[in-house]
Ligand binder design. Structure first.
Ligand code: BMA
Length: 329
């Protein structure tokens, strides 16, 4: 039995796997849990991050507005299913005004370290790069320096230092709808200066695992287990009708997380349902957060659906590691 190294979360949102379902990840029967009208001016609510907070949950949501601007909004929930999302975007403070100046913000991840919840997101600064901020209460948000030069997306922090260093995964990219992309890890002493960059894994060319042949990027903060860091990521193929985004999983070495122990050849979840296949950007399932319960091994994955609404899916640490090992590339 694989074990999650982390906190208990007895109130994790949960539904058992439907009878007869053999997939490694199964959807919540009430999906989508957040529709496109999540706040006053939203056109769509997707690619968002949630964490346990006080006696419930909190999150940072990507709400594209009805003028189609991209920004981040705080939200709160008692049960992880029903969300109240603020009507006004998060106002970040503290950083150099040069950095605070907002071009666009999207696709947040949240990682708790100590009493702080660190938020990383795709931050427009003369092109996409990785914004970093922290909050303790989801009311005041302190922004730090951007982690990298443009162009980069999908900055995801590890939930603790490894080898004495903070670790962040990311996906160097371009200024457009990037037709390439591999996952790297960068290291830092202070969450400001990042270096010691290490290659983690690349796309899979050819026919072997074609769903991840164009680009890949880290999803939720990696989950620490006694068998390695469990990473849920997105993989993209270019089709005659554009990109299709699916989910995969990998297990990374605990001490040297740029070493991949195994990695799924088959995807773990893909756009099948109407709300995943039809929307502002069709055929996208994009994971940004995972809640875990160390007592039961349960994992609840929050993912954006067709760049329009937000879905929830479930697995367990045992199931996902077993699948990843047995279907490893
Ligand atoms: C990426 C990002 C994601 C989005 C995806 C599919 O480049 O914009 O937020 O989900 O494209 O449109």
């Amino acid at each position: 039995m694989a074990k999650i190294i982390g906190a208990s979360l007895p109130n994790i949102p949960w539904e058992d796997r439907p009878a007869g379902d053999t997939n490694p990840v199964w959807r919540f029967s009430g999906n989508p849990i957040i529709g496109r009208n999540g706040n006053k001016r939203s056109n769509s609510v997707f690619n968002s991050a949630v964490v346990p907070f006080r006696d419930g949950f909190a999150g940072v949501f990507r709400c594209d507005s009805r003028s189609i601007s991209m920004d981040l909004f705080a939200g709160r929930s008692k049960d992880g299913l029903h969300w109240q999302i603020d009507d006004d975007p998060i106002v970040f403070e503290g950083a150099d005004p040069e950095i605070l100046n907002k071009e666009y913000r999207y696709d947040a991840r949240i990682t708790k370290m100590g009493e702080r919840y660190y938020i990383t997101w795709c931050n427009g600064y003369h092109g996409p790069t990785i914004g970093v901020a922290w909050t303790e209460d989801f009311e005041t948000f302190h922004q730090l320096e951007n982690a990298f030069l443009p162009f980069n997306r999908n900055g995801v922090l590890f939930p603790r230092k490894v080898g004495g260093m903070y670790m962040m995964m990311s996906r160097p990219s371009d200024n457009g709808h990037t037709p390439f992309g591999d996952i790297y890890i960068s290291q830092s002493n202070d969450l400001e200066f990042w270096g010691r960059h290490r290659f983690v894994m690349s796309t899979i060319p050819g026919n072997d695992s074609a769903w991840q042949s164009t680009k890949i990027g880290p999803g939720p903060a990696p989950i620490e287990t006694d068998e390695g860091w469990l990473l849920i990521y997105h993989g993209v193929i270019t089709t005659c009708n554009g990109f299709v985004y699916r989910m995969g999983s990998a297990l990374l070495d605990l001490e040297q997380p740029w070493k991949v122990l195994c990695r799924s050849k088959d995807y773990i979840l893909a756009p099948y349902e109407l709300y995943e296949c039809v929307g502002d950007v069709p055929n996208v399932t994009f994971p940004c957060a995972a809640l875990t319960d160390a007592d039961t091994g349960r994992i609840a994955i929050y993912y954006g659906c067709a760049d329009t609404v937000t879905g929830l899916a479930f697995t367990t640490v045992d199931e996902l590691i077993r699948f990843t090992r047995e279907n490893s590339l």
